[in-house]
Ligand binder design. Structure first.
Ligand code: ADP
Ligand code: MG
Length: 722
C-alpha cells in the first residue's frame, strides 16, 4: 500500500469490493486442495466472497468455561474437553445409545446420547469439543445426557466460531474457520469497500465493514460479535430496501398516472346513503387514498385490515372516485366464490347510484357493475367484454379472468386487488398494463392477513401502506377456546347442540391434510358421517368441499344461508368470503395443522351478527408438551390480527414471509425481520436518503455494484435498465 494516505488509490490499492472477492476462487486459500475444494462446494462455497459471508452459526464463549472439576450437579455449564473413548449400543427398548468418556486435565465426565447414532462417528477419539449441559450423578460419576456439543478442533481464542455443518461434506468447522481466517488476513491490507456513507455509519453507530467482517468471524468478546452482526445485518437489509425504494421511485417517475376527480358527486352520495357512520380508520384511509388518486403518480398502496374492518367500503369509495371522473374500475379477487360475493356486495352498496349518460344529454343511467369470471360465458361474456371496451361497464369484478388478453378497458382508472397473498407482482403488473393510452391506473391491494410492519416494509416495500386498525362499533367480539383432547372435545359438541337449540348455526372445519385435496375430502366426508351418526345426531348437517360442482356448492351455501342447515361441515373452502350472521359457533378440528393467520381468518367467519360468537380450536394433546401450545394460546388470548401477526413472526421466523420476495444470494442470512425490527426501519430510512438525491446511485458506486452482483438478473434488469 502507498505510504501517502492522500494518494489517489490505484486499482490495486483501492479497497476490495464484494465483486473482487467473488472473482477469487477458494482454491487460492492456503490449505484448500482438490478434496477440500469439493467439500467447500458441497456447502455452497466456491469463491472468497462465499467464504467470508459463510457466517458462524454460533459462538462458544470460552470465557464462561468451567473445568470438569468445578462442575456442580444440577447446574448448567460449559466445559471444553477432549474425547477419550466412544461406544455405541442398542438398549432393550431398541433405542441406540452412544456413550463417550471425555475429560480435561482436571477430571472426567461421561456423556450419553439417545437416538443419535451418528454421534459415534462425530466424536472421534482425541477431538476437542465444547459441551453445554446439566451434569448429573450416575453410577458415582458425573454425566450429561444429550448435551449441546460444538466441535472446537484446534481453534484457540476466547470466542470460538462454530460454522454450519453439513453431514455429507467432509469438512470441519475448524477447517472452515482456518480458511476464513486466512482469507481475511489477505484482505486486510487493502480493506473491504464500504457501501455505507460515513455519516450514516456515525449516526447509527455502525462498525465499518472491514472490522465487521473480521469481528463476526474472529471476535474477541461476545459484544464484538454482536456489533459485527448488527453491521452486516444492516448491509443485507440496506440492499433489499435500496432495491425496493429504487423500484418504488422508478415506478413513480416513469408511469404517467391519472389525476382523478375527488370533488365529484358519487362518493358523497354513497356516504350519505350508508346506514352507518364511517369509522375513524375508514375516514383516514379513504383520505390517504384520495390524496394518491388526485396526484400525478399512479397509486401503489397496500390496505391492511383485519377481517370485518370494512375494507369493502374503502375499495368501493376508491372505485367510485374513478367512475365519477369518467373512468372505469376493476376489483380482482382470488376465487370465483369471492368474486361473486364481492359483486353482490358492491351491487348492493351501489344500487341507487346513477352516472351521467353522454348518449343522453339530460339523462343519467344506472351505474353498471359486471362480473367477469370463467363462469361467465357465451353471450353474457360478449356483452361484458363489449361494455368494458366501450366504457358502458363502470365497475368490473372478477378473478384473474380480468387480466386475460381478450379483456380491454376503455379507460381503466382504479384497480383493487383483494387478498394480495394469492396474486404475484406480475399479475398486478398485468392488470396495470390494461390501461389504454399509456395512463397507468391506480392500484390498491387489500389484504385481510395483517403482517407486521417490518415485514410489510420488506415484502411490500415498493408499496405505500394504509392500515384499517379499528373495527366498526357494535360487534360482539368472538371468544376462542382451546379443546385439548377427547375430554374437552365432548364439551365442544355439547356447546354446538346448545347453540343450535337456541336457533343459531355452526361451522365445523375439517383438518387440513398436507397438500392432498383427495385426503382432505376423505377426511371431511368421514367427519361428516361420524358427526351425523354420533355427537350431532338429529341435527341438520351438510357437507361442503372444494371438489363439489359449483352449482352444488351454491345450493349447499344457499340452504345454510337460509337457515335450513344447522351445521356446515366443510374443508377450508369457507376460509374466504362466506358471510352468514346467524352462524355463531365454529369448531376447527386439528387446529394445530393450521397457521395462526389462517385460524384467525377462519374464525372471522363467525361474529358477523348481533349474537355473541365462539370459536373452538380442537387439538390432540402433544405427548411431549401437553399443556402448552403457544399458537393456539395466542389465538385464545387475542382477536387482534396485527398482534397475532407479530406473535406469528416471533414463533415461526420470517422464512415463510420472505419466500417469494427474496431469493438466492440476496437472502437475508444474518438479518431477521423478527429480531431486527429497528434495523429494518433504519435501513429503509437510509435507502430513501441515498436514493432520493441520486436515483441511479451514481455517487454510490460500491452499493450499486453490490446490488448488481447479488440480486437476480430480473431485478438487475429492472434496476439498471437505463
Ligand atoms: P372486510 O372486507 O374488511 O372483512 P367488510 O368490508 O366485509 O369487511 O365489512 C364487514 C361488515 O361491516 C359489512 O357487513 C359492512 O357492511 C360492515 N361495515 C363496514 N363499515 C362499517 C361501519 N363504518 N360501521 C358499521 N358497519 C360497517
Ligand atoms: Mg371483505
Amino acid at each position: 500500500m502507498s505510504d501517502d494516505p492522500t494518494a489517489v488509490p490505484t486499482p490495486q490499492h483501492r479497497p476490495l469490493s464484494l465483486r473482487d472477492l467473488d472473482a477469487i476462487g477458494v482454491d487460492r486459500i492456503r490449505g484448500v486442495g482438490e478434496r477440500k475444494l469439493a467439500a467447500l462446494r458441497e456447502v455452497g462455497i466456491s469463491t472468497v466472497l462465499d467464504l467470508v459471508t459463510f457466517y458462524p452459526r454460533r459462538w462458544v464463549d470460552r470465557t464462561n468455561e468451567a473445568r470438569v472439576s468445578d462442575l456442580e450437579v444440577g447446574k448448567e455449564a460449559l466445559v471444553l474437553v477432549a474425547v477419550r473413548s466412544v461406544t455405541k449400543r442398542v438398549t432393550k427398548n431398541r433405542k441406540t445409545m452412544v456413550n463417550a468418556v471425555v475429560g480435561d486435565g482436571s477430571g472426567r465426565l461421561s456423556i450419553t446420547f439417545f437416538n443419535q447414532p451418528w454421534r459415534e462417528k462425530q466424536l472421534a477419539e482425541g477431538l476437542n469439543i465444547s459441551l453445554f449441559g446439566k451434569p448429573e450423578v450416575f453410577r458415582g460419576g458425573l454425566q450429561m445426557t444429550n448435551p449441546i456439543v460444538d466441535l472446537i478442533g484446534d481453534r484457540t481464542g476466547r470466542i470460538v466460531p462454530i460454522y454450519p455443518q453439513s453431514e455429507k461434506a467432509s469438512i470441519t468447522t475448524w477447517e472452515i474457520a482456518g480458511f476464513v481466517e486466512n482469507a481475511l488476513e489477505r484482505c486486510m491490507a487493502r480493506g473491504i469497500a464500504d457501501p455505507v456513507p460515513w455519516s450514516i455509519q456515525q449516526r447509527l453507530g455502525l462498525l465499518d465493514r472491514t472490522d465487521a467482517l473480521r469481528l463476526i468471524h474472529l471476535p474477541e468478546t461476545m459484544a464484538d460479535q454482536a456489533r459485527a452482526r448488527r453491521r452486516l445485518a444492516f448491509d443485507e437489509l440496506l440492499r433489499v430496501q435500496t432495491v425496493l425504494v429504487m423500484r418504488k421511485r422508478a415506478m413513480e417517475r416513469e408511469a404517467k398516472g391519472i389525476r382523478h376527480v375527488i370533488e365529484g358527486e358519487l362518493v358523497p352520495r354513497l356516504r350519505a346513503a350508508l346506514p352507518y357512520e364511517l369509522t375513524g380508520a375508514q375516514q383516514r384511509v379513504i383520505a390517504e387514498i384520495e390524496r394518491d388518486l388526485e396526484g400525478v403518480h399512479p397509486m401503489h398502496r397496500l390496505l391492511q385490515g383485519d377481517v370485518g374492518a370494512g375494507k369493502t367500503l374503502v375499495a368501493v369509495s376508491a372505485m367510485l372516485t374513478a367512475v365519477q371522473g369518467g373512468h372505469q374500475a376493476a376489483l380482482m379477487a382470488p376465487t370465483e366464490v369471492l368474486a361473486e360475493q364481492h359483486a353482490a356486495g358492491v351491487r348492493r352498496l351501489l344500487a341507487d347510484v346513477t352516472v351521467p349518460d353522454p348518449g343522453n344529454l339530460f339523462g343519467d343511467r344506472p351505474l353498471r357493475v359486471e362480473l367477469l369470471t370463467n363462469r361467465v360465458t357465451g353471450g353474457d361474456r360478449k356483452d361484458v367484454l363489449a361494455g368494458l371496451a366501450d366504457g358502458g361497464v363502470d365497475i368490473a369484478i372478477g378473478t384473474h379472468a380480468l387480466i386475460q388478453d381478450a379483456v380491454a378497458f376503455e379507460s381503466l382508472g382504479v384497480v383493487v386487488v383483494d387478498e394480495q397473498h394469492r396474486f404475484g407482482v406480475e399479475q398486478r403488473a398485468a392488470l396495470r398494463d390494461k390501461a389504454a393510452g399509456g395512463a397507468v391506473p391506480d392500484v390498491l391491494v387489500m389484504t385481510a392477513t395483517p403482517i407486521p410492519r417490518t415485514a410489510a416494509m420488506t415484502v411490500y416495500g415498493d408499496l405505500d401502506v394504509s392500515v384499517l386498525d379499528e373495527l366498526p362499533p357494535g360487534r360482539t367480539p368472538i371468544t376462542t377456546h382451546w379443546a385439548n383432547g377427547p375430554l374437552d372435545e365432548a364439551n365442544v359438541w355439547a356447546d354446538v347442540r346448545e347453540e343450535v337449540k337456541a336457533g343459531r348455526q355452526a361451522y365445523v372445519v375439517c383438518p387440513l391434510i398436507g397438500e392432498s385435496e383427495k385426503l382432505e375430502l376423505a377426511s371431511a366426508q368421514e367427519t361428516f358421517e361420524e358427526l351425523s351418526g354420533g355427537e350431532l345426531y338429529g341435527l341438520r348437517l351438510a357437507l361442503l368441499h372444494g371438489k363439489m360442482p359449483s352449482a352444488e356448492k351454491e345450493a349447499v351455501m344457499d340452504r345454510f344461508r337460509a337457515g335450513l342447515t344447522d351445521v356446515l361441515v366443510s374443508t377450508t373452502v369457507i376460509e374466504v368470503g362466506v358471510d352468514v350472521p346467524n352462524a355463531t359457533i365454529m369448531v376447527i378440528l386439528d387446529a394445530d395443522r393450521f397457521g395462526i393467520a389462517q385460524l384467525h381468518q377462519l374464525r372471522g367467519r363467525v361474529g358477523r351478527g348481533q349474537h355473541a360468537s365462539r370459536c373452538w380450536l380442537v387439538t390432540q394433546p402433544d405427548p411431549d408438551n401437553p399443556t402448552d401450545n403457544p399458537r393456539i394460546q395466542a389465538l385464545v388470548e387475542s382477536t387482534d390480527g396485527f398482534y397475532l401477526a407479530e406473535v406469528d413472526l416471533d414463533l415461526r421466523g420470517e422464512g415463510t414471509i420472505m419466500n417469494t420476495a427474496q431469493k438466492g444470494r440476496s437472502d437475508l442470512r444474518l438479518a431477521s425481520l423478527r429480531r431486527d425490527r429497528e434495523l429494518v426501519e433504519q435501513a429503509r430510512e437510509a435507502a430513501f436518503e441515498l436514493v432520493d438525491p441520486d436515483p441511479e446511485l451514481a455517487d454510490h458506486e460500491v452499493l450499486a455494484d453490490e446490488l448488481r452482483l447479488l440480486f437476480s438478473s430480473d431485478d438487475e434488469e429492472f434496476l439498471f435498465k437505463s
